[in-house]
Design a protein around this ligand. Structure first.
Ligand code: BES
Ligand code: MN
Ligand code: ZN
Length: 503
């Protein structure tokens, strides 16, 4: 298979001639770059920087690019505008890096020198890490099934340079950590993109096992017979019409003593969502291979946590099933006895995510004693109606957990917006024949109804949060550092959460 997109490699060295085909110079529009910095870079590129500055090439618009060519050892120079110092945020630095990445690949360049002195904003080290993430994420394309993809270079070597001695050596670990996270995000994105004829519950489990081997994680896959023994009838019912039956995938990372708390992440792993008998219209089927994005995010977080050797205990669960249509599929009207003992009347077979997650959440609480239980799911189209693609929805029974996740979201710009789970909404779950129903007839508060349903399977003392990523997992808006297609939303957020919460 072809590699996917462009991989950015980083090399550092403070001395010698410029190695890259182009010199990348990120600069603030305000305050103006110090004279001695400009002079120093000018010396390497025949005054290109001051010439570009003279024609106001550096703008307040972040990510504005100005290019010039000249003869001599340094033929190309690209000034990248970072805007005003007081306004430039980490995500804008990543966007500027992403714009640069798109320019580099469009020009089919395979090497560049990144001059990081000009990144002197709040913290050069952090800003350099954002550059690394921005470039690495923007390089991703899902093109592995093309016979050949000659449009973009497969590898771009970036040489990191600075005039401050020891500077590049100092940021090296930050760059490495940033690239580790970016690699995990791109892994998640690739997996999310894999089509439904490639990824089914069985092949998703195989992928998890492969990751476990490479990252030294413990992997357990509960196949259908085990699920039956454990009474996970929600997870089983959703997958009963498909060729490959449902399974529950468990991945364990132990980075802290066993006695310490364990965070459990639960991912929705619907490998394709037809809607079942409550079948989706053709337009609604588009993109339903992405319905295992939450599960892919969980795999990516485990991959990154292990690679970064985070000091925490982390267990990932993926409730994997294909919501297919066949004579064996579950039907509207079916009543399911869930693992928790609660009965659910199936009103709509397209509200399948909550059924598979409910059993996984219950299993987590019975067997894994989580100190925090977080599910990640493309659960409802309703979350996009409420928030668009600017934020994912978060619903939680615990203010501290919701607060910490929200903070991690602000830092990574994978923002979360909280929606309420008030008792008033219990109305939405009322069933005459079973304890609860899986969907209402009306369109009111769809996203919250999903959260309310899941809450029925969370015990009082378990701090739990539900992230509805349906609208952000595959926003297709083509902007931002991840461009079009799967975003890998949640990987950076959850890694940040684990880093500063530590448990
Ligand atoms: N996988 C979908 C949600 C979804 C929709 C994800 C659009 C990404 C883009 C989910 O299983 C679903 O079908 N939800 C229904 C719930 C309804 C039947 C209560 C929805 O949102 O319409
Ligand atoms: Mn559905
Ligand atoms: Zn779904």
């Amino acid at each position: 298979m072809n590699p996917h997109g462009t991989v950015f490699g980083f090399k550092s060295g403070d001395k010698g001639p410029l190695a890259g085909e182009v010199l990348l110079v990120p600069l603030l529009a305000k305050p103006q770059p110090p004279m001695e910095l400009v002079a120093r870079i000018d010396k390497l590129c025949g005054d290109a920087v001051s010439e570009l500055l003279a024609v106001k090439a550096v703008r307040e618009e972040v990510g504005h690019l100005s290019h010039t060519t000249r003869s001599g050892p340094c033929r190309r120079v690209l000034l990248v505008s970072l805007g005003a110092a007081e306004k430039v945020a980490a995500h804008e630095i990543r966007n500027a890096a992403a714009a640069t990445a798109r320019w580099l690949t469009a020009e089919r360049l395979t090497s560049a020198t990144l001059w990081i002195d000009g990144l002197a904003t709040s913290g050069v080290d952090q800003a350099t890490a954002e550059w690394a993430i921005g470039l690495a994420l923007a390089g991703f394309r899902f093109t592995g099934y093309k016979e050949r993809d000659e449009k973009v270079p497969t590898r771009v070597q970036v040489y990191v340079r600075s005039s401050e001695s020891g500077h590049v050596a100092r940021v090296r670990p930050e760059i490495r950590a940033a690239l580790t996270v970016a690699e995990a995000v791109n892994y998640t994105r690739r997996l999310a993109h894999e089509p439904g004829n490639v990824i089914n519950p069985a092949t998703l489990a195989a992928e998890a096992r492969k990751l476990a081997r490479a990252a030294k994680l413990k992997c357990t896959v509960f196949t259908a017979d085990r699920l039956k023994q454990m009474g996970m009838n929600g997870l089983l019912a959703v997958g009963q019409g498909a060729r490959y039956p449902s399974c529950l995938i468990q991945l364990e990372y132990r980075g802290a003593p066993r006695a310490r708390a364990t965070t459990v992440l639960v991912g929705k792993g619907i490998t394709f969502d037809t809607g079942g008998y409550s079948i989706k219209p053709s337009s609604g089927l588009d993109g339903m291979k992405f319905d295992m994005s939450g599960g892919a995010t969980v795999l990516g977080v485990l991959k990154a946590a292990a690679a970064l050797k985070l000091e925490c205990n982390l267990i990932g669960l993926i409730a994997a099933a294909e919501n297919a249509v066949s004579d064996k599929s579950y039907r509207p009207g079916d009543i399911l006895k869930m693992m928790s003992g609660k009965t659910v009347e199936v009103i709509n077979t397209d509200a399948e995510g909550r059924l598979v997650l409910a059993d996984a959440l219950w299993y987590a609480q019975q067997k894994l004693k989580p100190s925090a239980l977080i599910d990640v799911a493309t659960l409802t189209g309703g979350v996009g109606v409420a928030l668009g693609t600017a934020a994912a929805g978060i619903m939680s029974n615990d203010d501290a957990l919701a607060g910490d996740l929200g903070e991690a979201g602000r830092r990574t710009h994978e923002r979360l917006w909280r929606l309420p789970l008030w008792d008033d909404y219990k109305e939405l779950l009322k069933s005459t024949e079973a304890d609860i129903k899986n969907a209402g007839g009306k369109r009111d508060a769809h996203c919250i109804a999903g959260g309310m349903f899941l809450k029925e399977f969370v015990k009082k003392g378990t701090p739990w949060a539900h992230l509805d990523i349906a609208a952000v997992a595959n926003p297709e808006n083509g902007k931002g550092p991840t461009g079009k297609g799967a975003s890998g939303f949640g990987v950076r957020l959850l890694i940040e959460f684990l880093r500063f919460r530590g448990a």
